[in-house]
Ligand binder design. Sequence first.
Ligand SMILES: Cc1ncc(COP(=O)(O)O)c(C=O)c1O
Length: 384
Amino acid sequence: MRRVETEVPGQFQVIVNVPFLNLAAQYASLKDELLPAVEQALEAAHYILGPNVRELEAAVAGLSGACHGVGVNSGSDALMLALRALDIGAGDEVITTPFTYIAPAEAIHQVGARIVFADIDPRLFTLDPERVAAKLSPRTRAIVPVHLFGQAVRWDEFEGLARPGRVGIVEDCAQAIGATYRGRPVGGLGDLGCFSFYPTKNLGASGDGGMVVTSDEGYEKRLRMLRVHGIERRYYHDLHGYNSRLDELQAAILRVKLRHLEAWNVRRAAIAARYSNGLSGLPIQLPAVGEGNTHVYHVYAILTDQRDALQAFLAERGVSTIIYYPLPLHLQKVYAELGHRAGDFPVAEAVAARILPLPIYPELTEAQVDYVIGCIREFSVAFG
Ligand SMILES: Cc1ncc(COP(=O)(O)O)c(C=O)c1O
């Protein structure tokens, strides 16, 4: 907290520092649990795919309602390997959202399939199942819905899509670990579910990490082979594989943090409720919760026509924000080859132009949340 002089001489304003994320605060609160776990893992000297990974795989599979978990080295790899498990490749089409982190689209490209975008739901910002239905073709081999910002897509409608049996669903759960749809956890809803343990995620490692969960033994077997160079038996390679293994140190750290995940998600929801309560009545669109969803608020994002001005106003007052995602995927330079133009996915484009995620993490104090609310209300009065 600091005091700065305003334009009116002699008048001061209190500035509260509200970082967008605070991973150092998380570490400080867990240090006494993390260090012994790390020490134990170092002493056991398994380093890669050892007992910590196996325990974590069982735990994450369990919390997502799936039978098997396969630890890999990132959420991005989890998506790519899940598509490989489905045997998707050249000549196939995979439908996904243009409003997300780029990883699902990259995964589709990496396996050699064609990326097919469909527009998003204007309230939830997740892939719209009706738009997906319109994009299904005889070449469609999979759909990758992203449970964006911490809540499930409109799952009933995905399940109800008239899709031929060979069209798999790979859930991107990178932002939604612990979220449920009508009481069913994400990850176990589709054929395969993909998690990221990137440090900023609700369950974040101290480096990269990811996992695929599935209840299908055939996919599980393929995934276990794919992540270690396509082998089932050492030095006998049956599939074109990768080196995508989860290491013991990350798994040990994640197992400690997993004990706190539920409480952290509850705390995130309490912060979200405080924001929504404090910001109600202003000319901004607050996050909506889909019917049947338990939201784990990886992101709390508002929509406003004055997004850039509000972001600058907040920055002057010590509140950091990061815009995701400023440019939908279909308009990214890397996907120019797909031939899309502005206007192709109008909902995604309108959301990208107006979205402003606010700081949200379990260590955020109520005073900080109230300060952010106060700043936004002040902006509204001044520029409303
Ligand atoms: C929706 C989504 N999918 C996939 C990923 C990729 O995960 P990773 O960074 O672990 O590769 C991320 C985030 O990083 C993400 O937000």
